[in-house]
Design a protein around this ligand. Structure first.
Ligand code: IFM
Length: 442
């Protein structure tokens, strides 16, 4: 068989993504830490504990791993509760620690992308009503100003809020994340305040750093109707997609917040995304289920005959990734794939998941979609929120007790892709021979 390579444009960003609470460890002053201490909240009673021990300095060895495997960028997040441990207190030591981490990235030739809010809130904010309280926009802006003033020397790409759609859904509709509510009105209030906070942060960052590029990160999930011939399924899939996928980037485009029952306009939100961050993992089928009020009248499933991750939460549907990138085009800004990956402790599915998704991304890039980079989730196993340590997303395996890291084969595949700035038939022959013919047909 002839050898071939799908090349990516020069300067394409190849990295991995992490978030503060999931990797830093000993992060005790936020709502998640408190949540982890409540029984029944986290799978198998796990806690984040030392996580990957980055706060104590193990980021250095993990950044070395990223460089050695050919990556040229890394996405991490800043922990609000460390920077502002109390409403009237800023922690210079914490800012300095992030300063060192970001310098560490730069010194290793890794372009930093920094997220300002990745799920966790300072405990004091939660006590003030968290994201349901309108005051959160001004509070978030004050924190963002402090961070950007201090760290702008090393960062010019900022993500304001990671997956605001997941925060609203998991925290206020499903009850999986703190504050564990199932309250539609609260979810609407939170989504509105997230748009306000994002907008305030966007303008503040540009005021401080004119060359900055600022965007939101959305968890995109494809929703197809379960029965294409059944109009209620089609309507349900379309509505869920609008609310889950479109709500935030739409608000950042034209300032319009579109709910089922009402519309709000926030003029300050208009034009507040310089790029769109897309996190893509999977897609699913939606059926209308009038007898399932607890599931918000929806029956959710995966198509038959697709590979599932070990816990069954991610179906390997690479074409859904191309669809996600195509969907992103409507917002008319460059796209960064801020997350993509799969939980797979045994690393059986991951190599072909990576190869097939990167192949679909290449198809998008080849059709001139403005995709600037790809960040695999994640560099190393980390604390997977309400699933604790039961789901492993790392290119490196981590034993959180001993802090021993072990490289999975996928790390070598991803290294080859990053180093070659492309995906080749040789790589598939070595790491995922089962899909070689499919991706490189004769
Ligand atoms: O671990 C999470 C991350 O914090 C947000 N996006 C999805 C990942 C995998 O579930």
């Amino acid at each position: 068989m002839a050898q071939a390579t799908f090349h990516f444009p020069r300067g394409f960003l190849w990295g991995t993504a992490t978030s503060s609470h999931q990797v830093e460890g000993d992060n005790k002053n936020n709502n998640w830490w408190a949540w982890e201490q409540e029984s029944g909240r986290i799978a198998e009673g796990h806690t984040s504990g030392l996580a990957c021990d980055w706060w104590a300095g193990r980021w250095q060895e993990d950044f070395d791993r990223a460089v050695e495997t050919g990556q040229n960028a890394h996405r991490l997040s800043i922990e609000w509760s460390r920077i502002q441990p109390a409403p009237d207190r800023w922690d210079e030591h914490a800012l300095d620690n992030y300063h060192q981490m970001l310098r560490g990235l730069k010194e290793r030739g890794l372009t930093p992308i920094v997220t300002l809010h990745h799920f966790t809130d300072p405990f004091w904010l939660e006590e003030q009503g968290g994201w349901e309280n309108e005051a959160v926009a001004a509070l978030f802006e004050a924190y963002v100003r402090r961070v950007v003033e201090t760290l702008k020397e090393y960062v010019s790409i900022w993500c304001t809020i990671n997956e605001p759609n997941v925060v609203a859904t998991a925290g206020y509709l499903m009850g999986w994340f703190p504050p564990g509510k199932q309250d539609l009105n609260a979810a609407i209030q939170v989504m509105t305040n997230q748009v306000r906070a994002h907008s305030a942060a966007y303008h503040a960052i540009h005021e401080i750093q004119s060359e900055a590029r600022v965007g939101l990160v959305v968890n995109y999930r494809g929703f197809d109707p379960l029965r294409t011939w059944f109009p209620p399924d089609r309507l349900a899939a379309r509505y869920v997609s609008r609310l889950y996928n479109d709500f935030f980037p739409r608000a950042a485009l034209d300032g319009k917040l579109v709910f089922l029952t009402k519309r709000i306009t926030i003029p300050q939100a208009i034009g507040t995304q310089d790029f769109l961050g897309i996190n893509y993992y999977t897609q699913e089928l939606i059926g209308f289920a009038p007898r399932a009020p607890k599931e918000i009248f929806l029956r959710r499933s995966f198509p038959e005959n697709v590979d599932l991750s070990p816990s069954g939460v991610i179906a390997n549907i690479p074409k859904g990734f191309l669809k996600a990138l195509h969907w992103g085009l409507q917002y008319k800004v460059p796209i960064i794939v801020t997350e993509n990956g799969v939980e797979d402790a045994a690393d059986e599915l991951r190599p072909r998941y990576i190869a097939e998704h990167i192949h679909q991304m290449w198809r998008a890039v080849n059709a001139y979609y403005p995709v600037e980079g790809y960040f695999h989730w994640s560099l190393i196993d980390n604390f997977e929120w309400h699933q604790g340590w039961t789901q492993r997303f790392g290119l490196w395996e981590l034993d959180p007790e001993t802090q021993i890291r072990s490289k999975r084969p996928s790390a070598d595949l991803y290294a080859a892709i990053c180093k070659q700035n492309g995906l080749s038939s040789d790589m598939l022959a070595e790491f995922a021979p089962i899909i070689l013919e499919k991706i490189f047909p004769d």
